[in-house]
Design a protein around this ligand. Structure first.
Ligand code: BTN
Length: 270
């Protein structure tokens, strides 16, 4: 486990960290940075066990043993990705905690669009895709009890973020936008949007007031989608999400189902 490094004397001399800390202070976030982490999600979980306050941001330059969804790995090379996790206290009943996956995906997509990544879309539940290729993935986990959650994201800044053989399905901000990969600017926009969206979510404890915006950014809509879970696949079309963040899905035989989890592969999208 990494040593927990707060904003400290070595980072204090760096203007990016100083500005970032000021931004995060303004939003009420604690700030932790380390040049290299095994996994920022695991780091946040360990910090949580050690009594770290909420909300807090855990940022690293490179990740050596990162975790992706569905047991996959997610590493990050120095300078190629923006890699961070946030630790928050959920403001809903435990059954609704999975909705934070969609809340955060919505905030992230909105933030990237506001910075000029105009074609950013959400692939359910919270991948961000541009022109059919993935530029960001997010893994949401609960800390040891259900009183805290960890939302960890990797955003590809440059094409060094992924191996060449994945170029058919991965992209990066440098390739698909004019956005200069400025971590201060991106993090600030993401967290500001997330603070707004999680307040809207907390009012009803559901996606009720966010689903319309989420659906408008959902790349699954109108495209043939296949959901795979535990080796079983079902094909059809998605029409949006419901109040609990489940994908509303019309099977090819016309039957309507609600999908809680699984891998959604979308025709024309990686
Ligand atoms: C996915 O698309 O499979 C989700 C990828 C999530 C990766 C991020 S990088 C920061 C955080 N720490 C981890 O170990 N994983 C998440």
């Amino acid at each position: 486990m990494e040593r927990m490094t707060g904003y400290n004397d070595s980072t204090a001399g760096n203007s990016v960290f100083r500005d970032l800390k000021d931004e995060l202070d303004g939003l009420g976030y604690g700030f932790y940075y380390t040049p290299e982490a095994a996994s920022t999600n695991d780091w946040a979980a360990a910090a949580c066990r050690n009594g770290c306050g909420c909300p807090a941001l855990f940022l690293t330059d490179s990740q050596t043993n990162g975790k992706g969804r569905l047991g996959r790995s997610w590493s990050a090379e120095k300078g190629a990705s923006l890699t961070f996790s946030i630790l928050i206290r959920p403001e809903c009943i435990s059954e609704r905690i999975p909705c934070y996956t969609e809340v955060f995906g919505l905030s992230l997509c909105t933030a990237l669009r506001s910075l000029g990544v105009e074609k950013a879309m959400i692939k359910w539940p919270n991948d961000i895709v541009v022109s059919g290729k993935k530029i960001s993935g997010t893994l949401t986990e609960t800390a040891s009890d259900l009183s805290r959650i960890i939302i960890g994201t990797g955003i590809n800044l440059t094409k060094k973020a992924y191996p060449n053989e994945l170029a058919y399905k991965a992209s990066s901000l440098e390739e698909c936008s004019y956005l200069q990969p400025d971590i201060l600017c991106i993090l600030s926009a993401v967290l500001k949007n997330f603070e707004k969206d999680r307040e809207i979510f907390a009012r009803s404890g559901s996606m009720k007031d966010l689903a319309h915006r989420y659906d408008s950014l959902l790349v699954n809509i109108g495209r043939k989608t296949t959901i795979t879970e535990n080796g079983n696949s079902v094909s059809g079309r998605a029409t949006g999400i419901d109040e609990l963040g489940r994908l509303i899905f019309q099977k090819e035989n016309g039957e309507r189902i609600l999908v809680h989890s699984g891998e959604a592969s979308v025709s024309g999208i990686y």
